[in-house]
Design a protein around this ligand. Structure first.
Ligand code: HDE
Length: 701
């Protein structure tokens, strides 16, 4: 017997309470203020949202069911093309506050009105992976910020590394094709470790500097809040007198930098592929240790640039801080998670061409290509020329012009005048001849024939790569060598492995030798010819990662493994100390329902042992009664909890039960394995990784 609509009424009511209208429009509020009424996109109330219309209860569905067809058609069209690069991302709203005026250099109010808070939307991404790929591949991170200024939207679309793989935009499609999954087999996902990428790199010596950055632990950020950002290219600031100063932008995280170890990143990919996104979301929801960066600038004149031993228009070069110091001019805080991922994080459209009066481009040929590419991308990705009207893309200052019509036009312009100049309507928008308007910097152009030549000044591909490598601590150098050994081990074509090692010889013979040994190459391959002698530039401490870490637990996470009978007082002391140090604390137990502690009270766990391995924490404690310890010694996840924490150079606090687990894992305690009662030492050790432990737990190349 058929179930009537009336019989299912209660189901429908329950569903409708959680349903939105589906088209982002007004919710239909009940007159009595109850839940919104579910309707079609035409506003027609829907009586039954669970059953399609059929000829009879077991009969075929009817084409006339416009309610079903509308719902299904909309669903069928829910996806838009993902970004070809930077598809995987998390984003948040916040503000930028200026603390030092750059009025001497620019008219852009964003950088002249001290104390002014400009709303921002900041999208942080991986590059190579698809939208659903993991958060922790070895990869560059995108760092894109949209400033909704009073003078229009300004987009600073940067990365977490200050240089790039290529010098000319012409090479970008080839570069991206090479790093993406190989076209015949469609793997590997979100990984550079395969033949086509390293084939391209081995034939592109200009990429060597960026390769050093990408093989360093900067490619494995612990948290999106703990990485730097860079505008990469030189831009121009233009002042009221029309004078130009070159500028490089830097974002510096207030929490300092922190990175993952490669082995940890691999394991996190399995344990929590949303690791960085979850961290950002939970942080913003908690309101503590909010993502905050100082914005710093390097300013230099054309004449100063002419004296640099490299060409600042070459995006494979950075301007060392020793040459041009950083000036902090303000900071950005992200404090509001988007209401809807698709509407905001997915539909936001960044474009390096979005500049405002007082900011202008340089002739960097990579930047020049980007000025074209991004708008073009948005037209296909967001379906037409009106994507600026999507709320996340619309300016927050008044805007008006005569651009009309096109797909998805949301505005309803009135009147007959859609052109300028016009005498028919005095209220139409026209340019104002004031200093307000955007005027391109009148950069002189040199006479000469058109050419596709790369300038001579771009020809040194190795000196800054060497400078970067030699500015690292021995541990960081070992990690770079390890990164290269891993990546090249995944390359099947031995010739390509050897060719890359050949390039490394120009950077550092010892690095090349370590990688060759790690790969088991019989001989050190020959170095290709270098167009320029490689310079021994002075080491730059700013390029290191460990040197720029902060001795703090702020914004980081401690996991405490507990079970029935665990010492309640010890757990409480650890929790209080960690919280006082601004860390978050999670209790991990074999059962998510929790455990009955030594004081007889039942405590809920924050996570189940199987779902919260130690890789997701910065330091761990194990507090177990004897009986529970005995039980957990037979549980692989518990043994891994301590053995991985130890191998990942973390501080560990243990009581007697915890020590039993250490013995089971074969761990020989060092100074950073402390007694659970020594809370102070634990907190101190937890602030940093135990780098000196590394040679004992890992074969470094
Ligand atoms: Fe991008 N890049 N890119 N890029 N890029 C895109 O734009 C491109 C480059 C960067 O969160 C695309 O909307 C070219 C450097 C970020 O939405 C695309 C060239 C830097 C994001 C594009 C570069 C970046 C993108 C893909 C070489 C650091 C994500 C989808 C000439 C300074 C923005 C899209 C977001 C995204 C083109 C090189 C940063 C295809 C042609 C260098 C952070 O338009």
């Amino acid at each position: 017997m058929a179930v009537s609509d009336q019989d299912k009424r209660s189901d429908r009511v329950a569903d409708a309470t959680t349903a939105a209208t589906g088209n982002g429009g007004e919710l239909h509020q009940q007159a009595d203020g109850g839940h919104p009424e579910i309707t079609t996109n035409q506003g027609v109330p829907i009586a039954d949202n669970q059953n399609s219309l059929k000829a009879h209860d077991r009969g075929p569905s009817l084409l006339e069911d416009f309610i079903f067809r509308e719902k299904m058609t909309h669903f069928d069209h829910e996806r838009i093309p993902e970004r070809v690069v930077h598809a995987r991302a998390s984003a948040a709203h916040g503000h930028f506050e200026l603390t030092e005026s750059l009025a001497e250099f620019t008219t852009a109010k964003l950088f002249t009105e001290v104390g002014e808070r400009t709303p921002v939307f900041c999208r942080l991404s991986t590059v190579a992976g698809s939208k659903g790929s993991r958060d922790t591949p070895r990869d560059v991170r995108g760092f894109a910020t949209k400033f909704y200024t009073k003078e229009g939207n300004y987009d600073l679309v940067g990365n977490n590394m200050p240089v790039f793989f290529i010098q000319d935009a012409m090479k970008f499609p080839d570069f991206v094709h090479s790093i993406k999954p190989e076209p015949d087999r469609a793997y590997p996902q979100a990984a550079a470790a395969h033949d086509t990428f390293w084939d391209f790199i081995s034939l592109t010596p200009e990429s060597m500097h960026m390769i050093m950055w990408a093989m360093s632990d900067r490619a494995l950020p612990r948290s999106l809040r703990m990485m730097e950002g860079f505008g990469v290219h030189s831009f121009r600031l233009v002042n009221a007198e029309g004078q130009s100063t070159f500028v490089k932008f830097h974002w510096r995280p207030r929490l300092g930098m922190q990175s993952l170890l490669w082995d940890e990143a691999v394991k996190i990919a399995g344990a929590d592929s949303d690791f960085n996104r979850r961290d950002l979301f939970e942080t913003i929801q908690s309101g503590k240790a909010l993502p905050t960066w100082d914005l710093a600038v390097q300013l230099f004149t054309e004449e100063e640039a002419d004296g640099f031993p490299f060409d600042h228009l070459d995006a494979t070069k950075l301007v060392p801080e020793e040459l041009v110091p950083l000036r902090v001019i303000g900071h950005m805080v992200l404090d509001r998670w988007p209401d809807n991922f698709f509407a905001e994080t997915e539909q936001v459209a960044f474009c390096p061409a979005n500049v405002i009066p007082g900011i202008d481009f340089s002739d960097d040929p990579l930047l020049q290509g980007r000025i074209f590419s991004y708008l073009d991308t948005q037209l296909i990705r967001l379906g037409g020329p009106n994507f600026q009207q999507i709320p996340i893309n619309a300016p927050q200052c008044p805007f008006a012009n005569h651009q009309r019509d096109g797909f998805m036009q949301m505005q309803v312009p009135k009147g007959r005048v859609n052109y300028e100049p016009s005498s028919l309507d005095a209220d139409q928008p026209t340019p104002r001849e004031t200093a307000r308007g955007f005027r391109s910097f009148a950069a002189p152009t040199r006479p000469g024939p058109k050419t596709r030549l790369r300038p001579e000044s771009f020809a040194d591909h190795y000196s800054q790569a060497r400078q970067f490598y030699r500015s690292q601590t021995p541990i960081e150098q070992a990690h770079i060598a390890g990164g290269l050994v891993f990546e090249l081990s995944m390359v099947e074509t031995v010739r390509i492995r050897a060719a890359v090692v050949g390039h490394l010889r120009h950077i550092d013979e010892d690095l090349a030798q370590r990688v060759a040994t790690g790969l088991g190459l019989p001989d050190l391959p020959p170095a290709p010819e270098s167009a320029r002698p490689v310079l021994d530039l002075p080491p730059s401490p700013a390029l290191g990662l460990i040197a720029n870490m902060k001795d703090t637990l702020e914004g980081r996470a401690i996991g405490i493994l507990i079970d029935d009978g665990s010492d309640a007082a010890a757990i409480e002391a650890l929790r209080q100390a960690a919280t006082a140090a601004d860390a978050t604390v999670k209790l991990v137990a074999p059962k998510v329902g929790g455990a009955t502690l030594s004081d007889g009270k039942h405590t809920a766990a924050d996570a189940h042992l199987g779902g919260a391995p130690s890789v997701i924490f910065d330091a761990v404690a194990v507090v177990l009664a004897a009986e529970a310890a005995q039980r957990l010694c037979a549980e692989g996840a518990a043994v891994d909890f301590v053995s991985h924490a130890f191998a990942h150079l973390k501080a560990i606090a243990v009581d007697e039960g915890g020590r039993a687990l250490l013995r089971r894992a074969g761990i020989e305690a060092d100074a950073a394995v402390v007694d659970a009662t020594d809370v102070e030492s634990f907190i101190q050790y937890a602030k940093t990784r135990q780098w000196e432990r590394e040679p004992k737990v890992r074969m470094l190349p």
